[in-house]
Design a protein around this ligand. Structure first.
Ligand SMILES: [Fe+2]
Length: 261
């Protein structure tokens, strides 16, 4: 008997493969997003298990993880970019794709609400203020799982960089020589760095470090520290007082969460 997860991942793969006439570059970007989604789904279940979610809730976590970015494929096909500001909100597209393909039909109304809220808010700077406890549970979970996987991919890329630029990771920005002022201010204020202030590859890395201020669960911090994500990013940055201060802050913040939570 095919498991629920197998059925879903089968549907997911055939949906990815249903897009025809892609360029080689688009095909590569599709593969990157497909692999990311599968890893996020698996990490979401791991996280949900650690958090003591029920089996049914773990299924929802898997579903949200697998499909949070499913709108990316249509976005790339229609607009040839992953840049939401230049195209559409990909999270909104993800919900539309699921709805149009009848993927919500097997769920209770309440669960559909949880899924939609989690997916729709996974890419926003902040979660909206008025979420219920249950909505928050899943919305926080996908935000953590998504960030942890991006950090994994990025740090692998930074440490094995072979000259082939991956624009889905660097956004084709100039290398830069120092941290931009507004970016430095945001991270030193223990805030997420907003994409609009990011001007160089150095800023991108600082923004990635600032994600610690938006991780929700202790297990995510454990994973982050165990895999040395922060060090790996720091090691690729030019060393100066500001960079050292930023690194020290994010590291101490993360360690404190593990020891105090
Ligand atoms: Fe996303």
């Amino acid at each position: 008997m095919e498991s629920w997860e197998e059925k879903l991942s089968k549907w997911f793969n055939s949906y990815c493969n249903s897009f025809k006439g892609l360029t080689d570059e688009q095909r590569r970007d599709f593969d990157i997003k497909r692999d990311h989604s599968i890893r996020v789904a698996n990490f979401s279940v791991q996280l949900a298990d650690k958090l003591g979610f029920s089996v049914e809730e773990q299924k929802l976590a898997y579903f949200v993880g697998l499909f949070h970015d499913v709108g990316r494929f249509r976005q790339l096909k229609e607009f040839n970019t992953f840049n939401d500001a230049k195209s559409v909100d990909h999270a909104k597209y993800s919900v539309e794709v699921l709805n149009e393909n009848g993927l919500f039909e097997k769920f209770e109304m309440e669960d559909v609400g949880l899924i939609i809220t989690a997916i729709q808010n996974h890419n926003k700077l902040q979660l909206p203020g008025k979420l219920t406890e249950n909505e928050l549970k899943f919305a926080k979970l996908i935000r953590d799982a998504d960030k942890i996987d991006i950090l994994k991919v990025l740090t692998e890329y930074y440490s094995t960089r072979n000259g082939v630029a991956n624009h889905t990771l660097t956004w084709e920005l100039p290398k830069g020589s120092s941290v931009s002022k507004t970016v430095a201010k945001e991270i030193l204020d223990e805030k997420l760095v907003s994409k609009k202030n990011v001007l160089s590859e150095i800023d991108v890395k600082i923004m990635q470090m600032s994600w610690v201020y938006d991780l929700n669960y202790r297990f995510s911090f454990e994973h982050l520290l165990k895999n040395r994500f922060l060090e790996t990013i720091y090691n690729t940055l030019p060393k100066n007082d500001l960079v050292i201060e930023i690194y020290r802050n994010v590291k101490v913040y993360s360690e404190n969460i593990i020891y105090n939570r």
